[in-house]
Design a protein around this ligand. Structure first.
Ligand code: OGA
Ligand code: NI
Length: 327
């Protein structure tokens, strides 16, 4: 089985229902069978991810002292900034990656920031290279917009109104964005990112041409190799929960077995912080206590707001941050 490719152009053109039929049925099939697909025809100028890649590599090449001027410990509750190699424990063991966490850029006097809501705040941008800031902010805008197009397609695929997600979950979405740098692995036992599922609605990932992303479908691991000028889209736990498991939040992992530095750029378009994520109309309840899952936690048995769900996950992958800042 291959990871399908979906052309978003018809959906972006706000076309009539019959011109999007093929796109929508392609999305439906991908969401049921694989939980992953590539999108092309997304409308993002390739110069933008190229600029981001170039400036990010320049940042990661700086010495640790300079990178630490935007260390995650300085981002506090907003969960922003740089973490060093081995700083994140996706699947209980340190990943061989370093990265920078970003999110929606909020002013210090934004009511959500003033109220101290975790994961909301201003970003930390490095002084060098100066062009990274503009590239990140533009990328956040443009790729978030692509995410909303994907959600329109998913709504249609589920037989809902195309604006269903915007109305119920993403009027004020939580948007998180990361830049990761994966040096080559040193031995067989290491992971670039351990196996996990994503937490929210949809992830849109730009990967460079190195490869190494793998996804688990029906018990076997498949490669999701680079496809030029595409984003890899995958579904998060909230979509699986809302659809009673009809759409999949597929486990995935990364091994950079090459001898080059891999870069990736995942953007997470998630429900608003206070949204209580419930099954969509007509989704049958499922029997799943989580025992077969990668972290033993069922997304179906849990209840609460998206913010609560996310905090508990963040505390697990960044234990110090969880203990000292977010609790
Ligand atoms: C993630 C993830 C894959 C990659 O950040 O959740 O799965 O290629 N990243 O960086
Ligand atoms: Ni992931």
């Amino acid at each position: 089985m291959d990871v399908p490719i979906v052309d978003l152009a018809p959906l972006r053109a706000a076309a009539s229902p019959d011109t999007v039929t093929a796109t929508v049925s392609g999305i439906d099939r991908a969401c049921r069978d694989v939980g992953f697909f590539y999108v092309v025809g997304h409308g993002v100028d390739p110069a933008l991810p190229d600029e981001l890649d170039r400036t990010a590599r320049e940042f990661f090449a700086l010495d640790e002292r300079e990178k630490a001027t935007i260390a995650m410990t300085k981002g506090g509750r907003a969960w922003r900034g740089w973490f060093p190699l081995g700083g994140e424990l996706t699947s209980g063991v340190p990943d061989r990656k370093e990265g920078i966490y970003f999110g929606q850029e909020l002013a210090p006097d934004d009511p959500r920031v003033v109220a101290g809501i975790p994961l909301h705040g201003p970003n930390l941008f490095p002084a060098r290279p100066p062009a990274l800031r503009a590239a990140v902010l533009r990328y956040l805008d443009e790729v978030t917009a692509v995410g909303h197009v994907v959600l329109r397609g998913i709504a249609l695929a589920l037989g809902l109104d195309e604006g269903w997600f915007a109305q119920h979950l993403t009027a004020d979405p939580l948007v998180l964005f990361r830049i990761f740098h994966y040096p080559p692995l040193r031995d067989e036992r290491e992971w670039s990112v351990g196996a996990h599922t994503d937490y929210g609605l949809v992830t849109l990932l730009r990967q460079d041409d190195t490869g190494g992303l793998e996804i688990e479908v029906d018990g076997s691991w498949l490669a999701a190799p680079p496809v030029p000028d595409s984003f890899v889209v995958n579904l998060g736990d909230m979509l699986e929960r809302m659809t009673g498991g009809r759409y999949r939040s597929t486990p995935h992992r990364v091994r950079n077995a090459s001898d080059r530095d891999r870069m990736s750029f995942p953007l997470f378009l998630d429900p608003g912080w206070d949204v209580d994520v419930r099954p969509i109309p007509g989704a049958a309840p499922v029997d799943d206590d989580g025992s077969g899952r990668w972290d033993g936690a069922s997304v179906h048995e849990w209840s609460g707001t998206y913010g609560e769900y996310l905090l508990q996950k963040v505390g697990r992958v960044f234990p110090d941050l969880g203990r000292e800042v977010l609790s």
